[in-house]
Ligand binder design. Sequence first.
Ligand code: AR6
Length: 167
Amino acid sequence: MKIELIKGDITKIQADAIVNAANSSLLGGGGVDGAIHRAGGKQILDECIEIRNQQGKCKTGEAVVTTAGNLPAKYVIHTVGPVWNGDEEKGSKLLANCYNNSLKLAESLEVKTIAFPNISTGVYRFPKELAGKIAIDEVKNFKSEVIEKVIFVCFDDENEEIYKKLL
Ligand code: AR6
């Protein structure tokens, strides 16, 4: 899989799938989640409500998929990152699960290009450097016959610098 780094807004990315850093309610919030729901329109929220009704809340580290409403992407994969609480071992495992489960879901949907935001590094306060290492490791260790390109979309300068260095 090719890895690309882009600085900017994930809602503008033309990829088969973009990943949302959601919360377990799946009903929207601030940060990238707010931006995706605002730009994507009501259809995404309606599908999230449908998923909630069928399977309940989304657990930390897990991922679900909706269509992408008005966004240029085909799918939005909603994953729930861990809230940083200082437990590095547990937090790291859960964040790794977010990337791994999103990639598995993307593969099952025959996605060729997928874009990730820097999950958990905003409101959830996960240390950015550690989060970047986990994200890149999970992507590099994921062997796919289907996914051709993974785009890391960094919104803030600090994450962009970290990813530039790590990649
Ligand atoms: N495109 C790409 N990345 C963005 C964008 C954007 N438009 N906007 C922000 N980011 P956060 P979390 C970056 O807080 O830490 C929400 O309320 C931002 O710079 O969005 O996983 C949810 O509903 C940061 O690096 O997500 C949850 O309740 C990264 O996205 C909670 O926040 C993640 O920041 C999830 O917290």
